[in-house]
Write a protein that binds this ligand. Structure first.
Ligand SMILES: Nc1ncnc2c1ncn2[C@@H]1O[C@H](COP(=O)(O)OP(=O)(O)OP(=O)(O)O)[C@@H](O)[C@H]1O
Length: 350
């Protein structure tokens, strides 16, 4: 469904070259749900904008839904849906009308566009708000309307750029569920970008970790965690001296990566739940008192830390949960009309 080779994109800012994407090779199969995960500025949106024909690559090639993104832009756009960051729907229209107009832009007949709009309104739980003007909808409802807009022409492939950024946890969970349902029900291939670790972990069948414009890992969340992060045991001792003895024993008994910080000792191993009881017995035999023990299974953050040496959160990449159900305006979307001509709303020029 997507095949890229050596895809790069450079920008020139004040005579300086910004290498946003530095040679990405991707292969996404039909029906996959893939998350591009990375911190702010990693190159995720730039990659998506090249794949959706909104931005020409500096070099390399990309084929999307069987068409070249540079030479066959209209054909690509007919086969994809793209939901950019922020809201794309016009704010003074009723949601239902926006959907029908979008369908008409794709060359659908009035009746077919109306029927498809009804179907998506129901699939995305928008029945009670579809006849209100878009400006009166909550952030979560607008986001779902945007997704309906991206799906109106039944694309084979849906791109979502940070679909749940700016939503509160409840709306985020709701939106994730809707996306998963659409993926299952219609078999749509979905490529989304996110810097929510839990989103990549829980939604995606495959996570492509991007950093500094390059792919640094590509696998299922389970495999990534298995390969790049062990379990974490945290043991607390009453005194620093005891903590040192805990650390020594952990290194000897478990052969694990051990870090001591004051009275706390962090042990990274595979199979922590099986290992911990034996370790506690060894420590008791050594006469060391442990006052606390905790086992944490690996997260995508551990994977990122292991791959890059820094936490995804350190770069400010993990946004705080938004308190309000709101999304920024100024999103981007692309649509092709019946002749394959293209409309773009509020897209930033490169
Ligand atoms: N139009 C542009 N002009 C100049 N530099 C740009 C432009 N678009 C992106 N960049 C730069 O390219 C790099 C990658 O940006 P990009 O938006 O692709 O990252 P991202 O991974 O999507 O980040 P975020 O999670 O914050 O959206 C950044 O350094 C960014 O500042």
């Amino acid at each position: 469904m997507i095949q890229t080779k050596g895809l790069t994109r450079h920008f020139t800012v004040k005579k300086e070259t910004v290498e946003a994407v530095r040679g990405i090779d991707l292969h996404v199969r039909r029906g996959e749900l893939v998350a591009l995960l990375g911190p702010n500025g990693a190159g995720k949106s730039t990659t998506l904008r090249m794949l959706t024909t909104l931005l020409p690559p500096t070099s390399g090639t990309a084929e999307v839904a069987g068409h070249d993104v540079v030479r066959e832009q209209a054909a690509v756009r007919h086969r994809i849906g793209y939901i950019g960051q922020g809201n794309g729907a016009g704010h003074t229209q009723r949601g239902r009308d926006e959907l029908v107009i979008q369908g008409r832009c794709y060359g659908m007949g009035r009746k077919a566009a109306r029927a498809r709009a009804d179907e998506l309104i129901s699939a995305l739980g928008l029945e009670t708000v579809a006849d209100r003007t878009v400006s009166t909808l909550s952030g979560g409802q607008r986001r779902r309307l945007d997704i309906a807009m991206g799906l109106i022409h039944a694309p084979d492939l849906l791109f979502l750029d940070e679909p749940s950024t700016g939503l509160d946890p409840q709306n985020r969970a709701n939106l994730q569920e809707q996306i998963l349902n659409l993926h299952t029900e219609y078999g749509t291939t979905v490529v989304l970008t996110t810097h929510y670790l839990d989103e990549a972990d829980s939604m995606a069948e495959r996570v492509i970790v991007v950093d500094h414009g390059r792919v640094i890992a590509d696998d299922s969340p389970t495999q990534l965690k298995r390969d790049h992060a062990g379990d974490r045991i945290t043991l607390t001792a009453g005194h620093t001296d005891d903590a040192r003895r805990v650390a020594d024993r952990a290194r000897r008994s478990a052969g694990a990566e051990v870090t001591q910080s004051g009275t706390s000792v962090e042990i990274r191993v595979l199979g922590a739940p099986q290992l911990l009881p034996g370790l506690l017995v060894d420590l008791a035999n050594d006469g060391v008192t442990v006052t606390g023990a905790e086992v944490a299974r690996p997260t995508m953050d551990d994977v990122f830390l292991n791959l890059t040496g820094r936490s995804l959160r350190e770069g400010g990449a993990e946004p705080a949960d938004a308190g309000a159900d709101g999304g920024a305006d100024g999103g981007a979307r692309a649509a092709a009309d019946a002749d394959g001509r293209t409309t773009q709303n509020q897209e930033i020029a490169a």
